[in-house]
Write a protein that binds this ligand. Structure first.
Ligand SMILES: NC(=O)c1ccc[n+]([C@@H]2O[C@H](COP(=O)([O-])OP(=O)(O)OC[C@H]3O[C@@H](n4cnc5c(N)ncnc54)[C@H](O)[C@@H]3O)[C@@H](O)[C@H]2O)c1
Length: 367
């Protein structure tokens, strides 16, 4: 072991910060035991009550109110930065010059079902994808009185596209390889202003009282576009934060050279597949229950057999474990994507925005 222990901290105690805090807490319990001791050291949030509450709930030693307190602490080795989206180019440039482990949380890469489908695409019965059709539909912005927050501030492309479209694009590339061009973008803002929140809010700020003052919204409630992947596959993408009745609906179909598969996050522990077997008289999509034969399950869940269920919170545990493993010099799980991959994702999103302004021509994604 390169280190006797790893002290961890989380900056941002909002919705996703809590998932990171919980992930670090669970990470030593999964997969194997040779990880160095993980010390749950600090949670920082600009809004002190959030930091205090998260530290208490997840068993961290202290709460802080500034990221500087985390950066300067001698007892912290690993940090998750879980605040509003930041300057990706500056972060990637800095990471490239550093010998520290720096990673991006593309959490859906830790989905056992998405990995199981990927195995069938890259070396199994499905073969290469010819068409990826994906959606990420949420309804956190459906009500015109959902309070203003960082999610609604910024220009076109910084809305639903950056918040949830980023994950859908990454899932598409995880299965199909890199996007090389995009076209046909529509970015729509359907609710042009939002009320100012009267209190501090977590995540989508449900239930927070609002004032009569409204701020304009200029970023996207809905984003749709098409893409071409390097292998020639076609991608069709649909993203919304005002999709009534769907709180967190990520799903996709992949049509491949040897069959097809589909995934729905609401049924995270299963997927459907059609691959020409058994005999054609009874062929069709069939349900595959995720279990020990699939990635991440054996020793990744307390009860590691089919039908016990798992979901997005577990992906954070697997992600935290992979990050801690890499810091400890262990190489068991697929590594977290580096900041260069995060920057590439932003380049795809930039091209999507450029395609909304253009004349219908494809916009190349800068490599
Ligand atoms: N991987 C995933 O599945 C996933 C899911 C949700 C959100 N996210 C990402 O996580 C990030 C945070 O999203 P969220 O939903 O948790 O937001 P949030 O608004 O719930 O929480 C953000 C928190 O950061 C705090 N904060 C802001 N600036 C700060 C600073 N400079 N120092 C300390 N604290 C600060 C705020 O007070 C707030 O409590 C975003 O980048 C979002 O895109 C990822």
């Amino acid at each position: 072991m390169s280190q006797p222990s790893i002290g961890v901290a989380v900056i941002g105690a909002g919705m996703a910060g809590r998932a990171h805090a919980s992930g670090y807490r669970s990470a030593p319990a999964v997969f194997a035991t040779e990880l160095p001791e993980v010390r749950l050291v600090a949670i920082a949030d600009a809004h002190e009550p959030f930091a205090v509450d998260t530290a208490r709930r997840y068993g961290y030693q202290r709460a802080e109110t500034s990221w500087q307190a985390i950066a300067e602490a001698a007892d912290i080795d690993a940090v998750s930065v879980v605040v509003a989206n930041e300057d990706g180019q500056a972060m990637a440039d800095h990471a490239a010059k550093s010998d520290r482990v720096a990673a991006v949380g593309f959490t859906f890469r830790r989905s056992p079902a998405i990995n199981a489908i990927r195995q069938q695409v890259t070396g199994g019965v499905l073969g290469p994808v010819t068409h990826f059709n994906g959606h990420y539909w949420c309804d956190y912005g459906f009500r015109p009185d959902a309070p203003m927050s960082w999610r609604y501030r910024g220009g076109p492309g910084s809305g639903a596209l950056a918040d949830i479209g980023t994950h859908l694009v990454d899932v598409g590339e995880f299965l199909c390889g890199p996007v090389t061009s995009v076209r046909g973008t529509i970015l729509s803002t359907m609710i042009p202003d939002r009320p100012v929140a009267l209190g501090a809010a977590v995540g989508h700020a449900a239930g927070v009282p609002v004032s009569d003052v409204r701020e304009p919204v200029r970023n996207d409630d809905i984003a749709t576009f098409t893409a071409t992947f390097a292998n020639g596959a076609t991608g069709t993408f649909s993203v919304s934060r005002i999709a009534y009745g769907l709180a967190n609906a990520l799903g996709f179909e992949v049509f491949c050279s040897g069959g097809a598969a589909a995934f729905d996050l609401a049924r995270a522990a299963e997927f459907t597949i059609a691959d020409g077997t058994p005999a054609s008289e009874v062929n069709g999509y069939r349900q595959v229950l995720i279990g020990p034969a699939h990635p991440y399950i054996t020793r990744g869940l307390p009860m590691d057999f089919p039908s016990v269920g798992h979901g997005q919170n577990d992906f954070f545990t697997f992600q935290a474990r992979a990050f801690l493993d890499e810091i400890a010099g262990l190489d068991r799980l697929p590594r977290c994507p580096g900041l260069a991959e995060g920057l590439h994702n932003l380049r795809v999103l930039e091209a999507v925005v450029a395609a909304a302004r253009g004349d219908g021509q494809a916009v190349r994604v800068e490599p």
